[in-house]
Write a protein that binds this ligand. Structure first.
Ligand code: HOZ
Length: 424
C-alpha cells in the first residue's frame, strides 16, 4: 500500500470522504488522491516522493509558483511578530491601500478569510445598499459554498452532479435567480419578471468553475448596461480572475467596472485570505459605519497579510509580469489545441490569459449546458494518463488549469509531450 493510500484509508475514517474539500477527492476520476508533502516553483511532490508539474497551483493563488522566497521570508518575519491579535494592524491598512491603488473602481475593501466569505458579505452589502433581496447568478458559476449561492453551481457540485445542495433551506435560495452565462436575453427576462426587486447580478467574469468559459464579446458590457438600467449592482467574483488575468483583474482586462468585487486566496499568496470591496457609498453601509453586519477575528490576519503583500508587490513591480505570463500561456494553449486537432481528438480548448481547459467535445463551450456535453469518461482517461506521466491537473473536467511564472519552457514542453503521447 502506498503512503497516499494509507493516509486516505485513515482519512476516510475521520474526515468525510477523506478530504477537507470535495474537489480534492479524485472521486470523479476513480482514484486515490495524492497526498501532498511539499511544493517548490512549478513542481509538487506527493507523500511517495513523486514529483509532478503542477497546474492546480492551490486553485490559483500560486501565480509566482510554490514557496516563493520573498513570500516565505515575509511569512517568517510576520510569524515572529505574533500570529493573531484580533485587533487592527498596519499590514491590513497596507493591503487595503494596495488593493484600492490597483483595482479599478475599488474605493474601499474589507478583508475576510476566504472567497466564500467575500462573496457572502458582498451580497449582504449589495442587499443592504439597494434595499432589495433578489440576486441573479449564472448556471455553472461557482461563488463558494454559502447557502444562497448553491444553485446550479459549478466546481465540485457540478463534478458530483449535485448542483443544488441538500441542507440548504428553500427559503435561503428563494431569492436566487439563475440566468445562462453568455446569454443577455436570459438576464433581461429575469429583470423584466422581477421589476425593482433585483439587488445585484453576480458573475465570474470568466467562467472558471465549469472548466474555462470566456465571456462572449459584449456580454460583460451588456450586464453593466442591464444593471444600470434596472438600478441593480454588478458584482464581479474575481476569486479566480483577480490578479490573474491582469494586475487589475477582469475589470482591467475587459475594461468594465463592477460596483463590487470579491477576491480570494490569490491576495493571500496562498494563505487563507479573501476580500470584498467597491464603491465607497456601498462599502460605507458596512458595520461599524453602517447597518450591514459582517465581522471576523482572523480577518486581516497579520501573517496572511504579510504573505499577500509580498506576492502582490512582486506582481505589481515586475515589469510586464502579465504580458509575459499571458504570452507564455497563449503559446502553450495554442500548441496544445493544435496537437489535439491534428490528432483528430474530439476536443475544444478554451483559454483566457493563464487559465485554460480542454473539453472533450467538438462543440463550442460557451455555458453550463455546453460544458456538460464534454465526455467526462475521456477526461478521466486523459487525467490518469497525465498524472502517470508526471503532470498534476485538477481531477475534474469542470476546473481550470493555472499557469504560473514558475512554469519554465521545459515544463511546458514536457507537458505538451505528454499530451502528444496521450493522443497518439
Ligand atoms: N472553487 C475552487 C475550485 N474551483 C476551490 C477549490 C475547492 O473548492 O476546494
Amino acid at each position: 500500500m502506498s503512503r497516499s493510500e494509507e493516509l486516505f484509508e485513515r482519512a476516510q475514517k475521520v474526515i468525510p470522504g477523506g478530504v477537507n474539500s470535495p474537489v480534492r477527492a479524485f472521486r470523479s476520476v476513480g482514484m486515490t488522491p495524492r497526498f501532498i508533502a511539499s511544493a517548490k516553483g512549478s513542481r509538487i511532490t506527493d507523500a511517495e516522493g513523486r514529483t509532478y508539474i503542477d497546474y492546480i497551483g492551490s486553485w490559483g493563488p500560486m501565480i509566482l509558483g510554490h514557496a516563493h522566497p520573498a513570500v516565505l521570508e515575509a511569512v517568517e518575519k510576520a510569524a515572529g511578530d505574533g500570529l493573531s491579535f484580533g485587533a487592527a494592524t498596519g499590514r491590513e491598512v497596507e493591503m487595503a491601500e494596495l488593493l484600492c491603488g490597483i483595482v479599478p473602481g475599488l474605493e474601499m475593501a474589507r478583508m475576510v478569510n476566504s472567497g466564500t466569505e467575500a462573496v457572502m458579505s458582498a451580497i449582504r452589502a449589495a442587499r443592504g445598499f439597494t434595499g432589495r433581496d433578489k440576486l441573479i447568478k449564472f448556471a455553472g458559476c461557482y461563488h463558494g459554498h454559502s447557502d444562497a449561492l448553491l444553485v446550479q453551481a459549478g466546481s465540485g457540485v457540478m463534478t458530483q452532479g449535485i448542483p443544488d445542495s441538500a441542507g440548504v433551506p428553500a427559503g435561503c435560495t428563494a431569492d436566487t435567480l439563475t440566468a445562462s452565462f453568455n446569454d443577455l436575453g436570459s438576464v433581461e427576462n429575469l429583470f423584466e419578471a422581477n421589476p425593482g426587486q433585483i439587488a445585484a447580478v453576480i458573475v465570474e467574469p470568466v467562467g472558471a468553475n465549469m472548466g474555462v468559459v470566456p465571456p462572449a464579446e459584449g456580454f460583460l458590457a451588456g450586464l453593466r448596461r442591464l444593471c444600470d438600467r434596472n438600478g441593480a449592482l454588478l458584482i464581479f467574483d474575481e476569486v479566480i480572475t483577480g490578479f490573474r488575468l491582469a494586475l487589475g483583474g477582469a475589470q482591467e482586462f475587459y475594461d468594465i467596472r463592477a460596483d463590487l468585487c470579491t477576491f480570494g486566496k490569490i491576495i493571500g499568496g496562498g494563505m487563507p485570505v479573501g476580500a470584498y470591496g467597491g464603491r465607497k457609498e456601498i462599502m460605507e453601509k458596512v458595520a461599524p459605519l453602517g447597518p450591514v453586519y459582517q465581522a471576523g477575528t482572523l480577518s486581516g490576519n497579520p501573517v496572511a497579510m504579510a504573505a499577500g503583500l509580498a506576492q502582490l508587490r512582486i506582481l505589481k513591480d515586475t515589469p510586464d509580469f502579465y504580458g509575459t505570463l499571458n504570452a507564455k500561456a497563449d503559446l502553450f494553449f495554442t500548441k496544445m489545441g493544435k496537437i489535439l486537432k491534428e490528432a483528430g481528438v474530439k476536443a475544444t480548448l478554451n483559454h483566457v490569459g493563464s487559465l485554460g481547459c480542454v473539453f472533450f467535445t467538438e462543440e463550442a463551450v460557451t455555458d453550463y449546458a455546453s460544458a456538460k456535453q464534454s465526455d467526462t469518461g475521456r477526461f478521466t482517461e486523459y487525467f490518469r494518463f497525465m498524472l502517470e506521466n508526471g503532470i498534476y491537473l485538477a481531477p475534474s473536467q469542470f476546473e481550470a488549469m493555472f499557469l504560473s511564472s514558475a512554469h519554465t519552457t521545459e515544463d511546458l514542453e514536457e507537458t505538451l509531450d505528454a499530451v502528444r503521447r496521450f493522443v497518439r
